[in-house]
Each structure stands twice: as structure tokens, then as C-alpha cells.
Write a protein of this length. Sequence first.
Length: 450
Amino acid sequence: MRPGQLGSAILQVRLANATNVRTFNMKLLALGLNHKTAPVDIRERLAFGPDIIAGALRDLTGCPDVREGVILSTCNRTELYCAIEDGAELGVRQWLSRFHGIEHERVDPFLYAHAGRDAVNHLLRVSSGLDSLVLGEPQILGQVKAAYQTANDCRATGKLLGRLFQHAFSVAKTVRTETAIGSNPVSVAFAAVNLARQIFSDLSQQTALLVGAGETIELVARHLHHNGVGRIIVANRTVERAHELAAQFDGFAIALTEIASHLSEADIVISSTASPLPVIGKGTVERALKKRKHRPIFMVDIAVPRDIEPEVGDLNDVYLYTVDDLQDVIDESLRSRQAAAEQAEEIVGFHAEEFMAWLRSLDAAGLIQDYRQRGEALRDEVLTRALRQLDAGKEPADVLRFLAHTLTNKLLHAPSSRLRQAARDGDAEILEAANELFQLENQIRADSAS
């Protein structure tokens, strides 16, 4: 018997009359879609904005056989990580489309599903930046942490996902420290600015309008500032936050409602908000172009759902790119990371198996606890009888012999009966497992040597 089969064989042993064996029946499921499997128009329809995440988590974990859940929603992916009972995957698939009011048949072809070890491996790869549009990009780890924290705050997580996500954070840190996957930083923000540099040879003469004030836009601002952009305008729903960001780069802040008044000043527009609806429409851009006397505008829409109406791309003198269009720019910057990525994949694979070993141990822990409780119950039963004999005046030596003999028989009766039955049935796997479990051959050798 191979070592890997031993634990499975041992867990198949059923002690006679044993009842209420507790096993950890929950299964892991990772279900979702990303930039590789679905176009941006599908991804934006299945995105979860921050204002609906809490309600979505309550709804998801309210589904039959869904015990825990985490929702990860970024511009490049929407993923559900769930602890479920067997057979619940279809229900989770249908929940995702139903929650967003889309026909299941329209969504299902774009979905991928990973179960068990594959789900663990997938989360570890995602957290380490190995499944990102930008290989090794660091922002995704913060997004995964935020998704878990939200689910934890909503009490949508438990023992299984809690352990899994903490494990993922640790592995991502190991990948960062032990490989060069994060060297020469590359991100969607970097790619957008790099593309702007290719279109405008001298950024010092250009004005950039940045829409949003989150982490991605802050990275964009830093890259633009580093490349000497002439002027930065930051537009955000919360003007105070826009002021904080703009002040770092000698820019100025406006509200989202002021975009129409300032759009004509912008040569570069890069947008990444969490708005469920576009914040820049075709009409607004047409009026801005007229004021600019049709000088071109370079626009990058990083948001999902999109911030800029897709029809804007049909206008002359507008060069509109989405996150999907940045792939070629990103690919050029990633070739130096491939060796590091291979090393990172090895780390992820090792730690995925490490987590599965812990998960398998939960079944063994339940079995061990039941077996110990059964042994303790037999001990207490025989001890009570022995104490009664002492109270009745029997010789202590006779009582001790009774105690030892009776307890031994009771403890060995059930497994002995099962082993005899296994021998009659020719069940070599059970016999081998028992031999290993009770270390009988080793004990025989030890007895012979002595």
C-alpha cells in the first residue's frame, strides 16, 4: 500500500456499533470568470459594487448547502469562494446569474469552476498575482484581503474559508519574498501610462484627467508624475479624497459633476471608479472635442463596469482603450518575469497540498475524537463495576484482574470482529491499514528481538 492510500484506508474502517461519527463534509468551490474567459461587457454585468457586496454575501450564504462565502470582484474578475455541501455547485452557478438578473445560459459558458485542491491552488495563484492580467502585480493581494475582510465582517466565513484565506495571504508573502515575481513593477496603471508615452512623445506638454481616487488611480498618478506629465486633474465623487490625492502631485481636484466643464482641457483621460453606471458619456466627449477643435484625446477605461460609454470609441479624434486592450502592452513587459513565475508556481503547488493535508486531517480528527470517547465510555463502565466489587469486599488483586481483563476485551471486541470479517471477505486493504495503524509487525519484531 502506498503511503498516500493509508489515511484513506484507515478512515474506511468502521468500528462495530460506533455511531455519530463526525466528519468534515464541506467542500471547497471557486467559481467565477476573468479577463481570460469573458469579455468586458460580460464582466461588468457580473461585477459586485461595494454597495451591494454585503447583501450579496447574505443572499449567497442563505442558499441551500452553501455554508461560507467570499466574493472577490475586481476590474478583471468576479469570483465566488464557497464552502458547500456535495451537489451544491449548480445552485451557486444559478445564484450568480439570478442575482444579477441575467439568464443562466448567457453566463454559464464564461464560467470556470474549481473544486477541492484545484480551488485551493486557484486562490493561491490569484493572491500571488499568477492569474492576473499583469503577471505578478501586487494590487490583487490587497483586493483579496479586502474581499475576505468584508465577508468576515458580514459573518459569511467560518473555519474552512478562514483558514484558506489566511493560508493564501501567507503563501503570497512567501512568493513575494522568495521570487523575483514583483521586480520591475508592472500593473494596469503602468501599462496605461506606458501607452500614453507611446502616443505622446512628450508628456510634459499634456494634461491628464484622472477619474476616481482609489489605489489604481493613485498608481496612475505616480507613474504620470514620474514621467513628467504637465498637469494632473483628479475627479472624484468625494472631493476631499480627490484633494488629498491631487495635492501629492501638484494637481487640483474637481467633483465628478464638474467633468464636463474640464474635459476639454484633458489630453489624457484615465478612469477607474466603482460607479455602476458610466460617468463620461458620448455627448460630453463630443462637446469637449468641439471646444478642443478636435485635438485628439487618449482615454483609458480601467473600470468594470465601464466608466466611459463604449460609443465614445466610435468618435473621431478619440483613442479609447479598455483593460482588455492593454494586454499587448502588458505582455511586452512581462517576459522577464517568466522564470520567477515558474518558481512561484512550485511554491503555490507545495502550499496547496499543505492546505489539503490540513483539510484531510479534519476527518481524522473527528474519527479520533469519536474513538477516544468510545474508549473512555467503556473505561468508565468497567471502572464503575470494579469499584462496586471493591465496595462489596472483593480482594483488590482480583478486582484489578477483572478490570484489566474486561476492559481489554471490550476495547478489542469491535476491531477484532471487523478484522475477522475483513479476512473472511478478503479485504486486504483493511487488514493492511490495521497492521499499519496498530504497528503490529514492528511490535512482533521488537518482541522477537527482546
